[in-house]
Write a protein that binds this ligand. Structure first.
Ligand SMILES: Cc1cc2nc3c(=O)[nH]c(=O)nc-3n(C[C@H](O)[C@H](O)[C@H](O)COP(=O)(O)O)c2cc1C
Length: 201
């Protein structure tokens, strides 16, 4: 069973993070999830997901939202301030990490190795261990600092997948647009899916 770390930060586009969790669950992947405090604020605002309280409580709420049974170990949630969580260590086994959506603040922290919270530390671990790291930045317009930080990430081997859906697959709904981005991320991780029609197919 593949294991992925999914981090949701406080950028608009929390729907991308929710859909990523759903699709990885359906693909039978084991999930380590963490959500920044601003990420929880945006999830509430945009998706109506209320993730408040202790990590154990948030973990159960996530299981409910995603249709897991109570206590299912296939989804683990860690508080973003918990730097003692398993995903803070390179010894934890996993197949990669996705930060979706990713704020410019977290892009900057990863680019500069700040490792000040669990999301930044887990991403730092991916880099030092040479494991796949995908970030899905969501901001517009982009200033010089944003662009320089994303270039820094790309040069370090991070997959930078801006939340910029295409239109050649004739999307009809918001879900079609979301699935295109989620599908492009899964393509990079080698996770099979049928989320969008590929060009020429
Ligand atoms: C409703 C809302 C939407 C936001 N959208 C974005 C966004 O699209 N991109 C971004 O970089 N920051 C956005 N922010 C600002 C970040 O949440 C803020 O910079 C925060 O400190 C990021 O922290 P984090 O990276 O730990 O989640 C938004 C904030 C709010 C409240």
């Amino acid at each position: 069973m593949k294991r992925y770390i999914v981090a949701i930060t406080g950028a608009s586009g929390s729907i991308y993070g929710c859909r990523m969790l759903q699709v990885l669950k359906e693909a039978g992947c084991f999930l380590y999830v963490t959500v920044s405090k601003p990420g929880r604020q945006v999830l509430k605002e945009e998706m109506g997901w209320v993730l408040e309280g202790r990590a154990e409580v948030v973990e159960e709420r996530l299981r409910e939202y995603l249709g897991y049974s109570s206590g299912d170990p296939a989804l683990r949630y860690f508080d973003p301030e918990d730097l003692g969580a398993v995903i803070a260590s390179g010894s934890a086994q996993n197949d990669g990490m996705i930060v979706i959506p990713c704020t410019m603040s977290t892009v900057s922290a990863i680019a500069h190795g700040t490792a000040g919270n669990l999301i930044e530390r887990a991403a730092d671990v991916m880099l030092k261990e040479g494991r796949p790291l995908v970030v899905v930045p969501r901001e517009t317009p982009l200033n010089q600092v944003h662009l320089e930080n994303m270039l820094k990430l790309a040069r370090m081997g991070v997959h930078v997948v801006p939340a910029m859906p295409a239109f050649y697959h004739h999307p009809q709904t918001i879900n079609d647009l979301v699935d295109f981005i989620v599908g492009r991320v899964l393509d990079l991780l080698g996770v099979e899916h049928h989320l969008y029609s590929r060009w020429g197919e």
